[in-house]
Ligand binder design. Structure first.
Ligand code: GUN
Length: 314
């Protein structure tokens, strides 16, 4: 292991600490804390964990978090009616609909739901209005995972301007907004995906490699230029013993974790990359806490903005 650890947990804590004065000031002025409504449909295990962490962090930060749960049998119209209620609720500044929605809602369900969220309350930055503003580099509410990664890079002293950035993954949640944010910070950006020819060679040109594909240990040494900064957005729970043993040596703490729980959390980046990269985010403790800190940040920004106070501070 030679790569420097990019400590998402520490940066997330700093972001949350910086918010606390704004949260108190808002609560003083408004007579209530900033408030986020989370909509969770169904029982996707990863979503359960994300939502639980968002609620815990919100509450610890002095932000009100209300969870609206719908069963996995809920219809798209059920989800839309919750969103419309939160849109007009004077008690909620932010709205977050956890992705993915159940397949039974149809292929366009997420797009329709995100389009229905009031852009001023859209703490994920997923509404078409906010996506458009992002493309024009005048967004106020940025997608949380990409925004958190930018915070991590800048606060860790990683240069972005002028560097070659490669984003693996083209999702609306991470890949596309990540590429835009890097572009606005003057990186030369390439977006790769499942159809990219000779992906390892393209990735190996990167000074900054951002990986968000949801495939455990997919990015191996040949993908990584020696000394590159690598950000691993993957959060894959793996229970296959043979795979775990092939990735982690017997003395690795991941082996102990596997022995205890029967599964381990593995990023999209293979552990061997620690020997090649200059800096790398751990999983867990890298991108995850940053995403959650940025949800809180965006909730405070949305609250301030709707109160008409400090839109320019965003
Ligand atoms: N599912 C995975 N990541 C996210 C996210 O950042 N926001 C929402 N709403 N759902 C997600």
């Amino acid at each position: 292991v030679s790569a420097h650890v990019l400590d998402g947990t520490a940066v997330a804590r700093a972001i949350r600490d910086e918010l606390s004065a704004r949260i108190s000031a808002f609560a003083q002025r408004a007579g209530r804390p900033p408030a986020l409504g989370i909509v969770l449909v169904g029982d996707d295990p990863a979503s359960e964990i994300y939502v639980r962490n968002k609620m815990k962090t919100g509450m610890a930060s002095g932000i009100t978090v209300d969870l609206v749960r719908l069963p996995k049998t809920a219809t798209l119209e059920d989800a839309l009616s919750v969103v419309r209620r939160l849109n007009t609720s004077p008690a909620h500044d932010g709205i977050l609909v956890q992705s993915p929605l159940p397949d039974t809602m149809g292929p366009d369900a997420e797009a329709v739901v995100f389009e229905t969220i009031d852009p001023a309350k859209d703490v994920d930055g997923f509404s078409p209005v906010n996506v458009g503003r992002l493309v024009q580099n005048r967004a106020v509410l940025h997608s949380c995972t990409p925004a958190g990664i930018i915070e991590l890079l800048t606060r860790s002293g990683v240069d972005i301007a002028g560097r070659r950035a490669v984003v693996i993954g083209r999702s609306d949640i991470v890949g596309k907004p990540m590429a835009m944010l890097l572009l606005h910070r003057h990186a030369t950006v390439t977006i790769c995906h499942s159809r990219t020819l000779d992906l390892p060679s393209v990735a190996a040109e990167a000074d900054l490699l951002i990986v968000a594909i949801g495939r455990p240990a997919f990015v191996t040494r040949p993908f990584v230029k020696p000394g590159a900064t690598v950000v691993d957005v993957g959060m894959n729970r793996v229970s296959d013993r043979a795979l775990v043993e092939s990735w982690f040596p017997p003395e690795s703490p991941k082996r102990a974790e596997y022995a205890q729980k029967g599964s381990v959390l593995v990023g999209d980046v293979h552990p061997d990359v620690w020997d090649v990269a200059g800096a790398l985010t751990p999983v867990p403790g890298g991108v995850g806490p940053l995403t959650i800190a940025m949800v809180m940040h965006n909730t405070v920004v949305a609250a301030e903005m709707q109160a008409g106070s400090t839109a320019s501070r965003a």
